[in-house]
Design a protein around this ligand. Structure first.
Ligand code: ZN
Ligand code: ZN
Ligand code: ZN
Ligand code: ZN
Length: 341
């Protein structure tokens, strides 16, 4: 089972990334905090481009891309606000640092998906740590956890991007949940998740309860809802609160301990129990209702047919080619593989 990134894991990785940045380019953190995009354009090892949003691809949680190269290239969507461009540029710098450091890559070894989710979440955390100073965050986000209006206030006070603020807020969630930034069409512009399957950028959530209510009104709503994953599958029920964020909507969703209520018991894990998985063997991302493997608890991947178990112990040695093959390569009872018989 994919171990969904906890904000704390991404934070540890981001701390190591900040140290790597300081070794690599002493003093750069302060210059990046002032103007990330401008600073990165002075780095000789990097090409930094502004591109139309549609050309950035969709792997990242932000509208940007990193190409290992050579030459290494950072693409940033030509977004309206400088704050948003800076956040995206810092996120992509995060990929650059992680892909060029064996020490940073070591953190991925303990991840069941090979570090895909951790790498991207750490990019967001790294960007937010640089662009949004801790004292300001602690001043605006209550110890009980962030409410949606708190997040808007932090955004107004900081001059950082809405995304940076969402990442900082998710670190303060008291329970598994999400911080979502939605556009007026109800699409996810950015999502930061903690302990639940992450939501993709671009997914439509405009008609789920609470979000629909917020969109129909003044942007303020609270209630219970389920977010929608790929193929329309709904996640578990969550306590939700929204606030308007100057043309956008910010939503806080948690399984329990909702910071805007005095007592919120854990929501029941209702709805279909499809799990979200990333195949260990071929990287396919999939959801499945199929019975899980009793050993690794992961159902078979629709792409390659394997569960998460490591190399099969049940492999047989073919007596024809003397190669180890999986059982599927042998007809029942045969001692030679399909290629040899
Ligand atoms: Zn990314
Ligand atoms: Zn697979
Ligand atoms: Zn298995
Ligand atoms: Zn053979």
């Amino acid at each position: 089972m994919v171990n969904y990134i906890l904000a704390a894991t991404a934070r540890n990785q981001a701390t190591a990334m900040l140290a790597e940045l300081e070794t690599h380019a002493p003093g750069a953190a302060q210059r990046l905090a002032r103007s990330a995009f401008t600073e990165l354009q002075t780095w000789p090892e990097l090409t930094v481009d502004l591109v139309p949003e549609a050309r950035t691809g969709s792997r990242c949680s932000v509208a940007g891309a990193y190409d290992f190269g050579p030459p290494a290239r950072i693409s940033v969507a030509d977004a309206a606000s400088r704050a948003r461009r800076d956040f995206t540029a810092m996120h992509e710098l995060g990929h650059h640092l992680q892909k060029n450091s064996f020490d940073l890559m070591a953190a991925f070894e303990s991840q069941s998906d090979g570090g895909l989710l951790l790498e991207d979440a750490a990019c967001d955390t790294f960007a937010a740590e640089i662009l949004l100073p801790t004292p300001l965050v602690d001043h605006h986000l209550d110890a009980a956890g962030p409410t949606a209006p708190d997040i808007v206030e932090l955004w107004r006070a900081s001059g950082a991007s809405r995304m940076a603020v969402c990442v900082r807020a998710v670190q303060h969630l008291p329970a598994p949940g999400h911080i979502l930034l939605l556009d007026t069409g109800g699409q996810v512009v950015f999502a930061a998740s903690h302990g639940l399957p992450p939501l993709r950028r671009g997914s439509f959530q405009g008609d789920i309860p609470t979000i629909a209510q917020a969109r129909a009104g003044q942007g303020r709503a609270d209630g219970r809802t389920q977010v929608r994953y790929r193929d329309g599958i709904l996640g578990r029920e969550l306590h939700a609160q929204t606030a308007p964020m100057n043309g956008y909507l910010v939503a806080v969703l948690v399984t329990d301990s909702a910071p805007w209520r005095t007592f919120t018991p854990p929501t029941k894990d209702t709805g279909p129990q499809a799990g979200e998985y990333i195949c260990e063997h071929c990287d396919e991302e999939y959801r499945s209702f199929d019975p899980a493997c009793p050993v690794c608890r992961v159902p078979n991947c629709p792409e390659c047919g394997r569960c998460s178990c490591p190399a099969r112990v049940s492999e047989h040695l073919c007596q024809g080619c003397f190669t180890l093959h999986p059982p599927a390569m042998f007809a029942d009872g045969a001692d030679r593989c399909l290629d040899c018989s």
